[in-house]
Design a protein around this ligand. Structure first.
Ligand code: NAP
Length: 307
């Protein structure tokens, strides 16, 4: 099986590398061509555009930022649709709108192609270690064909329904992640300003009901103000837009998600869109006029007497 991979960013490059390491013949394409060099040195073939990648591949995987990017690469000029042979399987692993995902899947079927939506969770470490959680929408037959590839890329692989269902579950995932990051940020700033070292807060919460994976995986981001992405805030904001649009379509109020969306929007307006999404901490700090510091118990007495 010859696999084409389009979009070699934070997630795409390590995912493509894992397929190469697993022995798949790999063709790659990225808009900024230099990002293909490393994988070409490791044995991949570079394509000139998505059309020529489609011509050379049995399966095409896309890992792009947003719905317009996926539409452009798949159905645009020199896109995958122009090159892919009938029967080829397209797997979009980007996080995009479920509505766009369903439309593209229908257009693929109309051309004799097959398509799955298979967004992921698990971030850069999950992409590097091949331990992503993959939520898949599409036909069972196509899911089974793609399964060996998913096994290379991820650990928790779930077929969640027909076309677009993977994107619906991913929107649910992003709602939860945003709420947790907001909650952890508030807890750390409150706890630290009230005099407790933030590392102790994380350690203590981790042993109880409030323990969660984000606090574990992103511990240093919070404690050391290390906001190198990771997952860019502007991409998470895009995902909350998808969730809110779905809420509107299905008549579901998402009040917590609306707050996360507005706070993320404020951070983007401050020029922090390219930072990791844990940079939410800095906004909560700014509103409290207090920056958390490990080990220091600044203002402890004063803060505690105020409670
Ligand atoms: P990223 O680092 O911004 O990478 C996106 C890649 O797509 C870049 O290499 C970019 O090329 C390429 N690209 C963008 N538009 C293109 C176009 N029109 N034609 C061809 N190539 C194009 O993003 P990422 O963090 O890897 O995220 C990719 C997707 O995975 C997003 O949908 C995101 O929401 C989702 N996701 C991310 C994470 C995470 O932790 N990062 C976790 C789960 C899911 P250039 O080099 O030219 O910009």
């Amino acid at each position: 099986m010859k696999v084409g991979f389009i979009g070699l960013g934070i997630m795409g490059k390590p995912m493509a590398r894992n397929l190469l390491k697993a022995g798949y013949q790999l063709v790659v394409y990225n808009r900024t061509q230099s990002k293909m060099d490393e994988l070409v040195r490791e044995g991949a073939e570079a394509a000139q555009n998505p059309r020529s990648l489609g011509e050379k591949s049995d399966v095409v995987i896309t890992m792009l930022p947003d719905s317009p990017d996926v539409k452009e690469v798949i159905e645009g000029v020199d896109g995958v649709f122009e090159g892919a042979e009938k029967g080829s399987l397209l797997i979009d692993m980007s996080t995009i709108s479920p509505i766009v995902s369903r439309e593209l899947s229908q257009k693929a079927r109309d051309r004799g192609l097959r398509m799955l939506d298979a967004p992921v969770s698990g971030g850069e470490p999950g992409a590097e270690q091949g331990t992503l959680s993959i939520m898949v929408g599409g036909s069972v037959q196509d899911y089974e064909k793609a399964y060996p590839l998913f096994e290379v890329l991820g650990k928790t692989i779930t077929h969640v329904g027909e076309a677009g269902a993977g994107q619906v579950v991913k929107a649910c995932n992003q709602i939860v992640v945003a709420s947790i990051i907001g909650g952890v940020s508030e807890a750390l700033v409150l706890g630290a300003k009230a005099g407790v070292s933030p590392d102790l807060i994380i350690d203590t919460l981790s042993g109880g009901l409030a323990g969660n994976k984000i606090m574990e995986v992103r511990r240093n981001n919070f404690l050391e103000h290390d906001f190198k992405p990771g997952f860019k805030l502007e991409l998470h904001h895009k995902d909350l837009g998808i969730a809110l649009a779905a809420g509107r379509k299905y008549g579901v109020s998402l009040p917590l998600t609306s707050i996360s969306d507005q706070l993320q929007g404020a951070l983007i307006a401050k020029g922090k869109g390219e930072k990791d999404h844990t940079a939410m901490l800095t906004l909560i700090e700014e509103m409290a006029q207090y920056e958390i510091t490990v080990g220091e118990r600044k203002g402890q007495d004063q803060s505690l007497s105020g409670i």
